[in-house]
Design a protein around this ligand. Structure first.
Ligand SMILES: C[S@@+](CC[C@H](N)C(=O)[O-])C[C@H]1O[C@@H](n2cnc3c(N)ncnc32)[C@H](O)[C@@H]1O
Length: 292
């Protein structure tokens, strides 16, 4: 069995912590193509393309894409790069807002093929298969804004990802991330619970502070055993990785579910919980000036 991919340690609570401002060894040295030591999303590309479809899952449509577009605030004539673009769910809304060019980058050749099938005929679109954590010609300082939607937890090397997003931007260019909220939505570690005495729906967290690689079975009912890996990282680690990669956070939104249950004995408590616990985190950042 190949050794697991080496992950830099940005957790101040663990021995060998990589302090902010110092470049971790091996950063950005991964080869182009699939993320190291993983098959990535290629085996589940057909399932994901069907799930997301033309305009996204309901979370995409109601919560994630509106937040990404609000934060990136695209202006007509701009060039925008969507890193880890998948099958290209963000491309059409960006095109509809009048941008001059949209570049999509993803490690999965099948998801890039799906994006090309949907958007390849549009002359303002360029689609590139590449590992976003490794150096690449696409990170060329030519873009006004860079986005990464629902994928920060899918990469093995977040500093590599953020470094390349930063390198892709013009000086002062803006970056927007939308991800599963690392404090409230950790697969297998966060759950809803019901306190019958207090009549309160609460959020239970069984673990948070330790980074974890969590296997996700993509379509359990089918029994195909296809999996992706979710890389949970505590918030401090995430924001420190952004700084190490050359992105300075300027704004944050915590995004709540639009879903509401049917009327019933628990619905009031469920509504309250849905309004109290954010499921997604959106961060806006600026490209920092390069250090020597
Ligand atoms: C949950 S999907 C999100 C895709 C898209 N942004 C969306 O919202 O539908 C995660 C994506 O990250 C991509 N990905 C994971 N690791 C990557 C890497 N190292 N480089 C480029 N893409 C990567 C996967 O191929 C997949 O398309």
């Amino acid at each position: 069995m190949p050794p697991p991919p080496r992950r830099p340690n940005y957790n101040p609570r663990k021995p060998g912590f990589q302090a902010p401002g110092k470049t971790p060894q091996g950063l950005g040295n991964a080869p182009q193509g699939q993320p190291q030591g993983e098959q990535g999303w290629d085996p589940v590309a057909a399932w994901y393309d069907k799930l997301v479809g033309e305009s996204g899952s309901d979370y995409h449509r109601q919560v994630i894409l509106p937040a990404a577009l609000r934060m990136v605030d695209p202006r007509p004539g701009e060039s925008i790069i969507d890193v880890c673009c998948g099958q290209g769910v963000l491309l059409k809304p960006l095109l509809d807002m009048g941008v001059a060019k949209v570049t999509g980058v993803d490690a999965s050749p099948r998801l890039i093929a799906a994006a090309k099938a949907r958007h390849g005929a549009e002359r303002r679109v360029e689609l590139i298969t590449a590992d976003a954590c490794a150096p690449g010609g696409w990170a060329d300082g030519s873009h006004d804004a860079a986005t990464c939607v629902m994928a920060v937890h899918d990469v093995t090397d977040p500093v590599g990802l953020f470094s390349n997003m930063s390198r892709a931007l013009k000086p002062g260019g803006r970056a927007v991330l939308v991800l599963m909220h690392p404090c409230f939505r950790i697969p297998r570690q966060s759950h809803w619970g019901w306190d019958a005495d207090q009549k309160v729906q609460y959020r239970r967290l069984d673990a948070y502070g330790t980074p974890q690689d969590i296997a996700i079975t993509t379509h359990p009912g089918k029994g195909s055993g296809e999996q992706t890996t979710f890389h949970h990282r505590p918030l401090a680690e995430l924001i420190t990785a952004m700084g190490l990669g050359g992105l300075a956070v300027t704004a944050c939104e915590e995004l709540y579910s639009h879903r509401r249950s049917q009327t019933g004995p628990f619905s009031k408590a469920e509504h309250r919980a849905a309004q109290e616990f954010p499921l997604f985190l959106a961060l806006k950042a600026r490209r920092l000036p390069r250090s020597a």
